[in-house]
Design a protein around this ligand. Structure first.
Ligand code: HEM
Length: 404
């Protein structure tokens, strides 16, 4: 590690590949010495303490979500004309979120339990006979796309295309350099994404079925239907929002278990602990490390002046290691009493709509993997990281499994 400042750390930069490998010493330094720090390379203010992150997430009037889509999709936005829920503020956010909440309520999810279980069994059955495989390609990446695809009501044969569209469209926003051919391919993916869902939306208008696209199409709010572009933006957002995040949650969980074999023994022996393990793993290694907001007026956070229109960057992964909130925060402890104070799903009005779904997918998946395999050994020491700089998770995760 190069030593170039008084602290012994080079200046924090979330794009720096060396820092990305293990950002936690930088987060600790920021929390202690520079809790709100302007990063010239990002042109953004990094916010690293739990209390400040929570405060800015709660103050949706002071910190707007409007820069999010541009930062994530850049020029590859499949629904450029529409307002995305994640990038909208009240009252639009409230209108859109109310429509979506129903589909992700605990009750709706309980009804989907069997379908999720069947999807997971199907994925594990497909791996039958293989002792070495890429956990991401074979399991943790197809899983969330299949589950959200079923909720939306789109054909199973399209799931592989969704993964490609969704991964390419999100990588676009954070890739530093793209070749002309990559750019062309991503434009085509965004166009295909758009075209496919516009056709499904037209189908749902003509022949409504029992799925989320039909429900959204039928939804009326103050007597007004949502526009086709808004339905399109919601479909894209749900596919993308639930995709790489859930994939990374599961892959990071395997990495965490590799580093804590005693925890694996404990949760294999007492399956009721799996939900707590997943929450603690999300706190400890957050799939979304950081996101962005825009200050709508001049303000202050932790005594630092933030100008109007400045971009502010809450670092969830740092807030989740804040020792003033979590005792021995750097240490994994599935029995900590305040597990659910983590902000891996955000906080406030935009708090992840899919968090209960992610928890159910994770619980069923780990149970099924433990049932099928006596051991899952990672065949790589230090896997390469996924492309998007604001996410954390391995790009691929070769594993060696032993069946019972
Ligand atoms: C472990 C998995 C997941 C993690 C870590 C995660 C994380 C997050 C975070 C941090 C936010 C807040 C964004 C903000 O405040 O700007 C968020 C919002 C959101 N998430 Fe998730 N998410 C996960 C799974 C899912 C799933 C499974 C879905 C859907 C199927 C989903 C859909 C969404 C949507 C639509 C929003 C926007 C909510 C709004 O604007 O009101 N997420 N997620």
């Amino acid at each position: 590690m190069s030593m170039s400042t008084d602290s012994g750390l080079r200046p924090y930069d979330p794009l720096d590949p060396l820092i990305r490998r293990n950002p936690y010493p930088w987060y600790a330094h920021l929390r202690r010495h520079e809790p709100v720090k302007f990063l010239p390379g990002m042109n953004a203010y990094a916010v690293s303490r739990h209390e400040d992150v929570r405060q800015l997430m709660l103050d949706h009037a002071g910190f707007s979500s409007d820069p999010l889509i541009q930062l994530a999709f850049s020029e590859f936005n499949p629904a450029p004309g529409a307002r995305y829920m994640i990038a909208s503020d009240p009252p639009d956010h409230t209108r859109l979120r109310t429509l979506v909440n129903k589909a992700f309520s605990r009750r709706a999810l309980t009804e989907m339990d069997d379908a999720i279980r069947a999807t997971i069994t199907g994925l594990i059955d497909r791996l039958e006979g293989q002792t070495c495989f890429d956990f991401i390609e074979g399991f943790s990446s197809p899983l969330p796309v299949s589950v959200v695809g079923d909720i939306l009501g789109v054909e199973t044969s399209m799931h592989a295309d969704f993964r490609r569209w969704s991964n390419n469209v999100t990588a676009g926003g954070s890739a530093a350099v793209l070749s002309e051919s990559q750019r062309a391919e991503m434009h085509k993916d965004a166009a295909d994404f758009r075209q496919y869902f516009l056709e499904r939306i037209a189908d749902a208008r003509a022949h409504p079925e029992d799925n989320l696209i039909s429900a959204l199409v039928e939804a009326e709010e103050h007597g007004q239907r949502l526009s086709a572009d808004e339905v399109l933006a919601l479909c894209v957002l749900l596919l993308i929002g639930g995709n790489e995040t859930t994939t990374n949650m599961l892959a990071n969980a395997l990495l965490t278990l590799r580093d804590h074999p005693e925890v694996e023994r404990e949760i294999r022996g007492n399956r009721a602990l799996i939900p707590d393990f997943l929450e603690e793993s999300l706190r400890h290694t957050s799939p979304i490390q950081l996101l962005f907001r825009r200050a709508t007026a001049r303000t202050q956070l932790s005594g630092v002046e933030i100008p109007e229109d400045a971009i502010v960057m809450p670092i969830f992964a740092s807030a989740n290691r804040d020792e003033t909130v979590f005792a021995a925060a750097e240490t994994l402890n599935i029995h900590r009493p305040d597990l659910r104070k983590h902000v891996a799903f955000g906080w406030g009005i935009h708090m992840c709509v899919g968090r209960a779904l992610a928890a159910i997918e994770g619980e069923i998946a780990l149970n099924a993997l433990f049932d099928r395999y006596a051991s899952i050994t990672l065949a790589v020491e230090d896997p390469e990281l996924c492309d998007a700089f604001y996410l954390r998770g391995p790009k691929s995760l070769p594993v060696e499994v032993q069946r019972y």
